[in-house]
Ligand binder design. Sequence first.
Ligand code: BG6
Length: 475
Amino acid sequence: MVLDKNFLWGGATAANQVEGGVLEGGRKLSNIDVLPFGEDRRAVSLGEMEMLEWKDGYYYPAKQAIDMYHQYLEDIKLFAEMGFKVYRMSLSWSRIFPNGDEEEPNEEGLLFYEAIFEELKKHGIEPLVTIAHFDVPIHLIKEYGGWKNRRMIEFYTRYAETVMQRYKGRVKYWLTINEINILLHQPFVGGGIVFKEGDNKEEIKYQAAHHQLIASALATKIAHEIDPDNKVGCMLAGGSHYPYTCRPEDYQEAIRRDREGYFFIDVQARGKYPNYALKKLAREGLNIHMEEQDKAILAESPVDFVTFSYYCSRTVSAHAEDYEQATGNIFPSIKNENLPSTEWGWQIDPLGLRNSLNQLYDRYQKPLFIVENGLGAIDTPDETGYVSDDYRIDYLKRHIEAFKDAVEIDGVELLGYTTWGCIDLVAASTGQMSKRYGFIYVDRDDEGNGSLKRTKKKSFEWYKQVIASNGEMLE
Ligand code: BG6
């Protein structure tokens, strides 16, 4: 058997993409709740268009999402039926601290997740909890400007400490901030940042990044103090960059682009700013305020393990303008003719997953965890509601083969694998329901119509067999 008997198989979701119930149980709005469906979504995500409340004339998919807030019992039962060993989920920050800057948490919010952990325990499923998955309470944006403000460190660590204390013994695996490098690409989504005219955007983004990195290190420290059994991970939006040609300048561009993301993980895993980042900040005149104690905070608490999402690789060149671009992803990439694409233009590259695992393991020498991977596709149910998603099975099978090779042939240390959107959910980039990832079909469309009924897809039985055989039976 290639994989360890304790290998953590499962699936992943994020609160804002599944829960709904956004104003229930004392919860208040967060950044992702106000991302509208439609063409303005992009401008809001980038922090170029201010939208800090629901406005007439827009549809907001997070409002009800797939209603997991009310249907989690049924959903967890289905995860258990597939044999999940782990369920990656996130907590909604504004369910626990509705404004974000209160002294005391919202008990009803804490109880909601307590019930979920209880249910998971009943089924022998280990929770893997992301503390902030594209999640900033709106009040913290209106009042403090989101993560560009250093006070966010205090609010975030209070929140982290509260949940770590409360769920001690129930949750052992924590991720501090989802896809932390997204902050550079979608500042409102990643950091609750809305730009004003004349802003030095690059400086603001790196200042916010510094605050997140300090907050993440402090949360790691707190986790270890509360319970030495706690394991804390960082989380990278992964996918390495290929040079389009073997011209040295294309390879150099690939290194530069990889470093945009590695910057965060270098700090979180190694405990200090890498030299290339310090040089960049100085060269570009980005004046980042750092306090006396910051170096020590970072050095003191590196993460225990490194996690990442992987959907596709990217291809770059020093002469990108000469080539056709791939579509549909926030990370710019040249179209790689060697690879097929999904219906959203994301290029399918299972071997790229093995390459990424190797790069990350060589770089950090820490256990890895693939916490997102999957195929966003249009599913068409038959007259009984059943979806024969052989394309999804094929995608996942090839990626599982690739990570098994990374373990067996390359010796990479891999803790587990959680497929993204194990149940259909709202797509983060587009707000669509029609971009489906799940083993479980949810009857809901892009405009919010549908019964929300759950139906197992063909991939459901397939994944069950994959887990039961610990990844040996992939056909
Ligand atoms: C990652 C996020 O970026 O990719 C998820 O952590 C997201 O929240 C996933 O849903 C897939 O992207 P999309 O846009 O297809 O939902």
